[in-house]
Design a protein around this ligand. Structure first.
Ligand code: SF4
Ligand code: SF4
Ligand code: SF4
Length: 575
């Protein structure tokens, strides 16, 4: 089936970098990656923007959309642009010299140099949000309440578990609440959120009127570097703390809530796989009276995919749970931020189902796909996950959906390659011997055994000197030079062979290919003998003739000379 899919707006593939390792597919919790034309493309419609594929790609082939130009354009409008800064900044930015976490005042100084009118912490919005969560719990109307601050969790439920939507708190995120508050206090102003998250870009564009642009910490760092603005330590102007600054660490939302309704259990789930398990339980109706703080990233926002910290490490997240927690907690605590009060409706958002149309083609179709890659019995289904899918059946289903290619199965390709080379080695008339670098026989084919009249088990693992002169192999290794089609006489076997010796340095093996040319060499020798004899006879005939010529020279005259020429020509042609 053809899969037509637009580019993901927020996260895209740099095709030249993709080396088809399937690592992103393995780490994608919803398998929203289509492997096509040997590249791993993101399926925008299915993606929940968790950022796993961006983080794990060892080739840096996934790229987050850069919105710095959009932020610059807002600044150029001149109506005043305010930054809403995610509280995880304190875990992200450290002073290069002292190693201390950067203060809010340091961030303020830097963004004002960029031209922003002001900056505040998103934690102000978090204070409003946690008040709504407490209100929902106190109302006790929903058996299960899932926090909705994490846009990836929201998308997971919207796209894959729409039945769970009634359990998702219909509350705006801290980013939305804060931007709304900023706009109320600064009429006509614009807002730019800056944080460690890719999915906030989608949230800003889905719910318009709150954040006008969402940047990542990486984008901010690059922007500051481009403008030659240094981020350096500045003493904090105020020692005020706030509980809501705990929001970006795992359990941080619960820590700020009052949790007055004792009927509810209050728990934290982080990491997208854990979120999926928990949401499945909610979908099955297995949970009662729970408030679940849910974050797609392990460690919550401090484990966000675009935490910068001097650049993403290739193929892994730069996440330090203890260090990050300490950085946030040393800055958080005390009382709530003082905020204006808003009616519940102002902090309410409607989270709609975006349920995906999934096609399940059934068992027969899946079995047919498996059959094509040689999996005709259950024991053939290795479920090794190398293709990126957890099971062979899951991968077969992806093939039917047009997301995976049939031959993305390493065990199958290996078996195919092995049986292909086995067929060649078994059936070739040439003798093939493979040695290791200790000149021990590693492999020998039937043709070589026949040629040398040996039994394979008897020689495997033994030194090659037992069956062949090792000199050509030693030379190949020492000189790192291959020898092709060299005629060799194997005196012990009374055989002539054309011998090719190849030293494969990468795989530490020496390959010897022998073509038996005994018959052909003997034939040639016989022919040469025959020719030699014919020449001898001709010589004798010439000699005899010459003697006769001398005797009757005067009689034959010129005729004799002609005969000599003719016979000499005959001799030359025989030679
Ligand atoms: S993880 Fe591997 S397959 Fe995925 S984009 Fe990176 S290089 Fe390509
Ligand atoms: S961002 Fe997450 S959901 Fe989207 S393709 Fe990457 S791993 Fe999958
Ligand atoms: S055996 Fe092949 S299809 Fe099955 S999980 Fe492993 S790589 Fe995927």
């Amino acid at each position: 089936m053809e899969y037509e899919q637009p580019m993901n707006e927020y996260l895209n593939l740099k095709t030249a970098n993709c080396r088809k390792c399937y690592k992103c597919i393995r780490h994608c919790p919803v398998k929203s990656i289509r492997f096509d034309d040997n590249h791993a493309y993101i399926i925008a419609e299915d993606c929940i923007l968790c950022g796993n594929c961006f983080v794990v790609c060892p080739q840096n082939a996934k790229e987050v959309r850069n919105d710095v130009e959009k932020a610059r354009a807002l600044l150029r409008e001149g109506s005043g642009v305010y930054v809403s800064l995610a509280p995880s900044f304190t875990a992200n930015y450290t002073d290069e010299k002292s190693g201390q976490s950067l203060t809010f005042s340091a961030m303020e100084k830097a963004v004002k140099e960029l031209g922003f009118a002001g900056i505040e912490e998103t934690a102000v919005g978090a204070t409003l949000v946690k008040q709504r969560y407490d209100a929902l719990v106190n109302a006790g109307e929903s058996d299960v309440i899932i926090s909705s601050c994490c846009h990836s969790v929201n998308q997971l439920i919207q796209k894959y578990y729409p039945d769970v939507l009634p359990s998702l708190a219909p509350v705006v995120s801290p980013m939305q609440a804060h931007c709304m508050d900023l706009k109320r206090r600064h009429p006509g102003a614009k807002t730019v959120f800056i944080g460690p998250c890719i999915s906030k870009k989608a949230e800003a564009e889905t719910y318009t009127g709150f954040a006008d642009c969402a940047l990542t910490f990486e984008e901010l760092s690059q922007w500051l570097a481009d403008e030659s603005i240094a981020l350096t330590y500045v003493e904090e102007e105020t020692a005020d703390k706030s509980l809501a600054r705990f929001f970006p660490v795992s359990g941080g939302i619960l820590r700020t809530m009052k949790k007055e309704n004792r009927e509810y259990a209050y728990l934290t789930i982080d990491g997208i796989e854990n979120c999926i398990r928990a949401v499945e339980d909610v979908a099955k109706g297995k949970l009662r009276k729970c408030f679940i703080e849910m974050s797609a990233c392990t460690g919550s926002c401090t484990g966000g995919p675009v935490m910068d910290r001097g650049g993403k490490q290739r193929g892994g997240k730069s996440f330090y749970p203890v260090r990050d927690y300490l950085a946030v907690s040393s800055y958080a605590g005390g009382d709530d931020f003082m905020t204006a009060s808003y009616p519940a409706e102002a902090l309410t958002k409607t989270i709609r189902s975006r349920s995906l149309r999934k096609i399940h083609l059934g068992e027969t179709a899946v079995s047919e796909v498996l059959r094509k890659i040689g999996k005709t019995k259950t024991e053939h289904e290795l479920n090794c996950g190398t293709c990126g899918y957890n099971t062979c059946r899951e991968k077969a289903q992806a093939v039917l959906e047009g997301k995976a290619s049939l031959f993305m199965c390493l065990p199958y390709l290996l078996e195919k390659a092995e049986s292909f080379s086995d067929d060649i080695i078994k059936n070739t008339p040439n003798g093939i011997i493979v040695l290791n670098e200790n000149f021990e026989v590693h492999q020998i084919n039937a043709a070589a055994c026949k040629l040398l009249n040996i039994d394979p088990p008897a020689i495997l693992g033994d030194q090659v000197i037992r069956i062949l002169d090792p000199a050509p192999f030693i030379r190949a290794v020492q000189e790192e030079k291959n020898a092709y089609n060299k005629r060799v006489y194997l005196a012990d076997y009374e055989k002539y062979v054309d011998e090719t010796v190849i030293y494969d340095k990468n795989y530490h093996i020496i390959i010897c290919i022998m073509r038996d040319v005994t018959e052909e060499t003997r034939q040639k020798e016989m022919k040469e003998n025959f020719n030699r004899k014919a020449v001898d006879i001709t010589d004798k005939v010439i000699e005899k003739q010459m003697r006769a010529v001398q005797e009757i020279a005067s009689l034959l005259g010129e005729t004799t000379a002609e005969t000599k020429i003719a016979l000499t020509k005959l001799k030359e042609s025989l030679l």
